[in-house]
Design a protein around this ligand. Sequence first.
Ligand SMILES: C[S@@+](CC[C@H](N)C(=O)[O-])C[C@H]1O[C@@H](n2cnc3c(N)ncnc32)[C@H](O)[C@@H]1O
Length: 221
Amino acid sequence: MIPHTLPEGPKLNIGCGPVQPPGWIHIDGSNRAFLASRLWPLDKFMVAVGAFPPTEFGRHMYYHNLFKPLPFAPGTVAAIYAGELWEHFEYDDSDKLTARCFSALAPGGVLRVCVPDGPHLFGEYLEKLEQQRALPRERRDPKPLHGMMHSFFKDICTKPAGFKSMGHYHKWSFDEIQLIDMFERAGFRNVDRMKYHESRIPGVEAVERSDFLIVEGVKPR
Ligand SMILES: C[S@@+](CC[C@H](N)C(=O)[O-])C[C@H]1O[C@@H](n2cnc3c(N)ncnc32)[C@H](O)[C@@H]1O
């Protein structure tokens, strides 16, 4: 834990998905979050008849589309965590979301964002490419390269049909240079790439599930 005194206010877990430990306010804009939080009797019925699988979403959380300003008065939030969310926005939209988080946070408040590490993925691709290029032509195999591109374009970056369509595909790939720049342009200071679970936000271990590219910044006091 990095020594830091958070201001008064709630800790938000935005784009929470199924990660909903106590001590945080959980916010998600998926269709299922809407059904389970706003039309919960219908959702419970659908689960009871086996039409839908059980869900962590429910009345305890906020259904909210993060394309809109956060549902908190400016300067009232202590900390915001977002795990694997920023990459689900176009670059300009994640820029706006970063600015909205800055506005919602109180001075001294902390934003922490975890995203897939673009260079890691592309590095793996280049490694596979070099392995194939090192082989004599007749022994080269395009399948590992094709497999990676298929997974990137067809699984990760393609909008799934129907009910799962809200935000379940990637629209950008980040590296620490782009993400740190985005934080700094929004006004955050002390912006750094962070280690997994190393944070100014107490209790971050409960919401942080992935050891990817993690960046944290502080709204100046
Ligand atoms: C990959 S999941 C991440 C879940 C969890 N935070 C984690 O770290 O495993 C992304 C979540 O962001 C939510 N999401 C995507 N776009 C959103 C938007 N515009 N407004 C609100 N939630 C959104 C999705 O519904 C989904 O639950």
